[in-house]
Design a protein around this ligand. Structure first.
Ligand code: SF4
Ligand code: SF4
Length: 97
């Protein structure tokens, strides 16, 4: 399943997309361990598989929380290397900004 978390406001679109079909095969869950902003969490899905998700309290604050990695204005765009995407062996994570 492709899961989208985030929001848009006057300054842009801020979404994290997670391919949970990839997470089902993941043992290390490195994305969560690598995230300095506690944005990512591992949760049980409806099929009793552990998958990555965006923490409930982070979903409307992605721009602010991810500025730890991206800089205050999100500079660098989607091409910038990030701890979460670097730590994901299957390429399950994408950021929209
Ligand atoms: S590291 Fe990647 S595959 Fe593993 S749980 Fe995180 S997002 Fe899913
Ligand atoms: S960009 Fe940084 S703060 Fe945002 S989810 Fe990735 S590792 Fe966490």
């Amino acid at each position: 399943m492709i899961a989208n978390y985030g929001y848009e406001d006057g300054s842009g679109f801020y979404y994290i997309t997670i391919d949970t079909d990839v997470c089902v095969e993941c043992v290390e869950h490195g994305c969560m361990k690598a995230c300095p902003g506690s944005v990512l969490a591992i949760e049980m899905d409806d099929y009793d598989d552990l998958v990555a998700t965006v923490a409930e309290n982070a979903r409307k604050r992605l721009r602010e929380l991810c500025s730890l990695c991206k800089g205050q204005n999100g500079s660098g765009g989607t091409a910038r290397r990030l701890p979460c995407t670097d730590a994901c062996p299957g390429g399950a994570l994408r950021h929209s900004w």
